[in-house]
Design a binder for this molecule. Structure first.
Ligand code: BGC
Length: 261
């Protein structure tokens, strides 16, 4: 399926944040294959960003780059305004941008905490606000999909700010689902488990750690960005019109895994 021949998101304008690599880029490509026009948010408009744009365009979709640091609230407002102006509208917001810092309780710094919370929690809230304002003016209807994590439920030693951000995102999602339902906007989380992306670069380089992680995943493999993208397309599409305020886990069984064997 390419952007010109139909698809589940034909004619929709989709903004994906943090889309230069990993899950964000996978979602953007899949959106393109489903017929959407893709607004690709990147931190910087550099060679890597241009390569990501070409990768999405190769699906046949229209794809434009929007450089913005979403951890800065004024930039979130500008980003939504720019997308609406250049793409002619905005129907689906995918809050994907996310970072993590590996630091135990004795090592966490205030700077780590602030950076993780600003990107993973503040950005989705204020992007949703800007998106909802646009939808209100445009006459209603839209989709917000947040890329959360199994760690919106599951503690993760050495990642306290990350867990705080994802647990917080879950409650922001549930709250906005109620507030925005009258506007015809659904709000949901997709919560990936261990996906093979650059956020896991250190772990992937350590075979012993990868084996220990695989032992925790009932499906017996790490996930791929495409596994997550399929869930996002579903929540962004027509079949999910009555689904709001919920989390769809995409984790090969990781979250609820327990065994005494
Ligand atoms: C984190 C990864 C981690 C995975 C499973 C993700 O949210 O970004 O670092 O490996 O959860 O624990």
């Amino acid at each position: 399926m390419d952007g010109s021949s139909g698809g589940r998101l034909q004619g929709k304008v989709v903004l994906v944040t943090g889309a230069v690599q990993g899950i964000g880029l996978g979602i953007a490509e899949r959106m393109g294959r489903e017929g959407a026009q893709v607004a690709l948010n990147v931190h910087r408009d550099d060679e890597r960003a241009q390569a990501a744009r070409r990768q999405v365009e190769a699906t046949g979709a229209r794809c434009e780059l929007f450089a913005a640091d979403v951890s800065q609230v004024p930039q979130t407002q500008q980003l939504v305004a720019d997308v609406v102006a250049r793409m002619g509208g905005l129907h689906v917001l995918v809050n994907n941008a996310g970072i993590e810092r590996n630091a135990g309780v004795f090592e966490i710094t205030e700077a780590d905490y602030d950076a993780v919370l600003a990107t993973n929690l503040k950005a989705p809230l204020f992007l949703s606000q800007a998106f909802a304002r646009h939808v209100q003016q445009a006459g209603g209807g839209g989709r917000i999909v947040n890329i959360s994590s199994v760690h919106e439920e599951l503690p993760f030693p050495h990642f306290a700010p990350y867990c705080a951000s994802k647990g917080g995102l879950k409650m922001v999602m549930r709250t906005l689902a109620l507030e925005l339902a009258p506007l015809g906007i659904t709000v949901n989380d997709v919560a990936p488990g261990a996906i093979r992306t650059p956020i896991n670069r250190d772990l992937l380089a350590d075979h012993a750690k990868v084996d220990a992680l695989l032992a925790q995943i009932p499906a017996g493999r790490m996930g791929e960005p495409e596994d997550v993208a399929g869930a996002v397309v579903f929540l962004a599409g027509d079949d999910a019109r009555y689904i709001t305020g919920t989390t769809l886990f995409v984790d090969g069984g990781l979250l609820w895994n327990y065994s005494e064997q």
